[in-house]
Design a protein. Structure first.
Length: 277
């Protein structure tokens, strides 16, 4: 089963999607399951994981409703307020839906100190009992703080989104590369190959500019802890869905058939506990 481990749906409003700036104006519209189906079919993708785009419990519930309607939405990484004193009751209710596979908070928009908050870490510590992953969304400059955060939760499966957004447009590898290697020493952390083209020059990126970042992740995490994600529709400001799939296939072409199959689906099945259809 080929799985896109990272994509989004939304009904656009300027108030709720202020992070979509003028440079990304093309995605200031609705993106719904019917928009994604033909793209998946053309690229041979069988299933996806829908990831939160707003820090809203209502959005999490909406994504779960979409997953209930379409079996190919194999999982949801939603948002809950992990600092809420009643977080356990919220998780108990949401986890009744087996399509909830993980939780994410937009840490890239928070100060590093947020990762040390006791209430936030108390919430994260409750995810394991519901077999939920934690998706880690940080910027490359936040990696030292993220490593300290990850070390507080050695039993919690954690998936790094978008390679921690390295400075691809500037072609800077350090200190991102050293920090990624350090993070990857934690066996409970995996990494999505996603969100790369939007960290490069939207109009002029090349596969060779992306290659050292992919090679670093593969060397650090190993192919069994790396997942394909499209970051659709965000990726469309710099690449079509099909172009990103083809680009990633080229970037991992030297791996074995089994390793490639893991990156393009098998690892997502294992890490997010997806059910084969």
């Amino acid at each position: 089963m080929r799985v896109d481990a990272h994509q989004h749906f939304w009904r656009f409003t300027s108030q709720e999607f202020g992070w979509i700036d003028d440079g990304m104006a093309a995605i200031r519209r609705d993106f719904l399951p019917d928009d994604l189906v033909p793209l998946m079919r053309d690229s041979g993708v069988d299933a996806t994981i829908a990831v939160q785009a707003r820090q809203s419990l209502a959005e999490t519930e909406w994504l779960l409703d979409l997953a209930d309607e379409d079996d190919w939405i194999a999982g949801v990484v939603g948002w809950v307020d992990l600092t809420d004193p009643a977080i356990e009751e919220v998780l108990q209710r949401l986890a009744l839906n087996p399509r909830l596979k993980g939780v994410r908070h937009v840490l890239q928009a928070e100060p590093d100190e947020y990762m040390t908050r006791e209430d936030f870490n108390t919430g994260v510590a409750k995810l394991c009992q519901y077999s939920l992953t934690y998706d880690l969304l940080v910027l490359e400059r936040q990696l030292p703080a993220a490593i300290a955060f990850v070390d507080r939760h050695p039993q919690q499966p954690i998936v790094l989104d978008h390679l921690a957004k390295p400075l691809i447009a500037a072609q800077e590898l350090e200190p991102w590369r050293a920090n990624i290697r350090e993070l990857a020493r934690r066996p409970h952390v995996s990494c999505k190959l996603s969100g790369m083209v939007t960290e490069a020059d939207f109009a002029h990126w090349t596969i060779d500019q992306l290659r050292p970042y992919v090679e670093t992740v593969l060397e650090a995490f190993g192919p069994d802890r790396v997942l394909f994600g499209s970051d659709w529709p965000v990726c469309t400001v710099a690449s079509s869905y099909a172009l990103w799939v083809d680009t990633l296939q080229q970037l991992i072409a030297e791996l074995s058939k089994d390793e490639r199959a893991g990156i393009f689906g098998g690892n997502a099945v294992n890490i997010y506990r997806l059910v084969h259809n």
